[in-house]
Design a protein around this ligand. Structure first.
Ligand SMILES: [Fe+2]
Ligand SMILES: [Fe+2]
Length: 399
């Protein structure tokens, strides 16, 4: 039996098998009775994983020998028929396997025993209401795998285990969020919102723009929460702000031009369908409609927090282009940003955006070329919250 590891954007993957025949593949933990870790090995599996994490359907299957009961083996077979980029439900799976929906729970249990993650794609099985439901390696990993298959980029730091992006670790904070921010939890798990966010990012990627998908809105939501919570706003206000942050870029699905206004109208339709009262819809759509530097104005606390959170999301993993030779200025600036930190000072008088830019990929002049207008809007947003805005790049104070 041999064991080997693969560094994926979603954590270390462990492979086990005999010769080149794969028997187990899992995230994070060493597998079973492997005697030692062999460097290299499983060349076909690595080739499969390289293609998969490059955002492509690998188009072939490496040699595998997954062990299991007869029912489990049949399940592995059925799972392999779910095409890349598609999903099925527990109910549909039990229908196909057991001829009835009653076995959905048994199917769920069997899925948890899948010895070869990814290649036997149990992550493509979701609940019938469109929610992600369980996954042996965490709901967030499942979400990111489905995002990857939907054409979104998922390079680090999307899955870093830091406190900076806790919104991306929804398992640990799920209960707290359900209690404190009930509308946000509803919006976040609404299948239509989920689809619009994914689809607009595909459209934006086709235009050559940086990532605007679930990773972006997750970071923006988390920073919006941080700003308002630090400034002592109540949970209801934060709940509405989180909804605005989560849906703020949906309008890109209609057109990049005026996406803040079209996004606000889309959010209105969704919130109205969910029978959210008008006095709660109003601040959400107002913030969405005012988040863009082209014509946005920090008209409320929610809107100001959203602007600061959105304009400060500069990071390498937003670059969606795979070809470094074809990077435009936005790609270069984002690719160069290796660290971002947004902090309100202890006295609540200033907010500091600290960036680390790797000047091998862009110079600070390029940053200002595309971010000047955004930084001006951040300054206005900070001032409207009673804060001074400070921009520090590579330890040098610039604003
Ligand atoms: Fe936007
Ligand atoms: Fe945005």
């Amino acid at each position: 039996m041999r064991c080997s590891t693969y560094d994926s954007p979603l954590g270390t993957i462990w492979m086990i098998g005999t010769g080149e025949r794969l028997m187990g593949l899992r995230f994070d933990a060493p597998i079973g009775d492997a005697q030692s870790i062999t460097p290299g090995g499983f060349a076909e599996v690595r080739r499969w994983l390289d293609r998969y994490f490059a955002g492509r359907d690998p188009g072939f299957l490496p040699a595998m020998d997954p062990q299991g009961t007869p029912l489990q083996r049949r399940l592995w077979e059925v799972l392999r028929t779910i095409p890349y980029g598609h999903t099925t439900t527990y109910g549909a799976l039990s229908e196909a396997l057991l001829g009835g929906k009653k076995g959905a729970q048994a199917v769920g249990r069997a899925l948890g025993c899948n010895p070869i993650a990814l290649i036997i794609p149990c992550h493509r099985v979701i609940a019938s209401d469109g929610s992600l439901s369980g996954y042996a390696y965490g709901a967030q990993r499942k979400r990111l795998l489905l995002c990857l298959e939907a054409g979104q980029s998922i390079q680090p730091p999307y899955f870093e285990k830091t406190e900076k992006e806790p919104m991306n670790q929804d398992i640990t904070r799920k209960e707290e969020y359900e209690q404190r921010f009930p509308l946000f939890e509803k919006i976040r798990h609404d299948p239509s919102v989920e689809a619009y966010i994914s689809e607009q990012n595909l459209a934006i990627k086709a235009l050559g723009y940086t990532e605007h998908g679930h990773a972006h809105v997750g970071i923006v939501a988390e920073r919006t929460r941080y700003i308002l919570e630090t400034l002592g706003e109540d949970d209801h206000t934060i709940d509405l702000a989180l909804c605005a942050a989560w849906m703020h870029d949906m309008g890109n699905i209609i057109n990049r031009v005026d996406h803040s206004q079209s996004g606000a109208l889309m959010a209105f339709a969704i919130l109205n369908r969910l029978e959210v009262p008008a006095q709660d819809i109003a601040p959400i759509i107002c913030a969405i409609g005012n988040h863009d530097e082209g014509n946005g104005v920090p008209v409320s606390k929610i809107s100001a927090a959203l602007i600061l959170a959105d304009k400060s999301d500069v990071r390498r993993s937003r670059v969606q282009s795979q070809d470094r030779d074809r990077f435009d200025i936005h790609d270069r600036v984002n690719y160069s940003a290796t660290g971002t930190d947004l902090k309100i000072n202890r006295e609540h008088k200033g907010i500091k955006l600290k960036l680390h830019i790797d000047t091998r990929y862009c110079d600070i002049g390029e940053y200002f070329e595309i971010f000047m207008e955004r930084m001006r809007l951040c300054k206005r947003a900070a001032n409207s919250l009673g804060l001074e805005f400070h921009l520090i790049i590579n330890e040098t104070s610039l604003i």
